[in-house]
Design a protein around this ligand. Structure first.
Ligand code: UDP
Length: 146
């Protein structure tokens, strides 16, 4: 590159997005898809499905043994979820910004999905992978054919 000229390094990432059973139940799927699209992220795969306990346990394996683990599995298997693979530059961080922090009141800021639309950590509407390694693992788990 010539001196003084800066080239943005654009690394495209993929992340796993879930609209959890509370979000589907509350008919917020359209709202979530709209926010993904308005942010400028691409949806590369999408599927509405009911989660088997085995998939739920693998998905949340890092929380195995924590006090909320069993209620988390109960919750995520309690009804259909929308699973999607979302792509774009810095998609992992971008989606976590759009989703908001885990606790919808203490951490999620207004303007985020959780900050605007959720009240409780145990029913915080959406999921997003938290690192490139998690994203790889979760996308393989949910969309093995991708
Ligand atoms: N969770 C909960 N109680 C807690 C912490 C987490 O019910 O004290 C649930 C919550 O639904 C959260 C999920 O477990 O979204 C996974 O937790 P994590 O820390 O990975 O948060 P996230 O990445 O979803 O923001």
């Amino acid at each position: 590159p010539s001196p003084g000229r800066r080239y943005a390094l654009r690394v495209t990432e993929r992340t796993l997005v879930l609209v959890k059973p509370d979000g589907v139940e509350r008919k917020l799927v359209g709202e979530v898809i709209s926010r993904i699209e308005r942010k400028g992220l691409d949806i590369v795969a999408m599927d509405l499905r009911t989660v088997e306990r085995d998939l739920a346990a693998q998905h949340y394996a890092e929380h195995d043994g924590k006090p909320f683990f069993s209620s988390l599995l109960e919750f995520i298997t309690s009804g259909p979820v929308l699973a999607a693979v979302v792509e774009g530059p810095r998609a992992i961080a971008a989606w976590r910004q759009v989703a908001g922090g885990t606790d919808p009141v203490e951490k999620a800021t207004p303007g985020s999905i959780r900050g605007d639309l959720a009240l409780e950590t145990g029913s915080n509407l959406v999921h997003g992978s938290d690192s490139p390694e998690s994203a790889d693992r979760e996308i393989k788990l949910w969309f093995p054919s991708l």
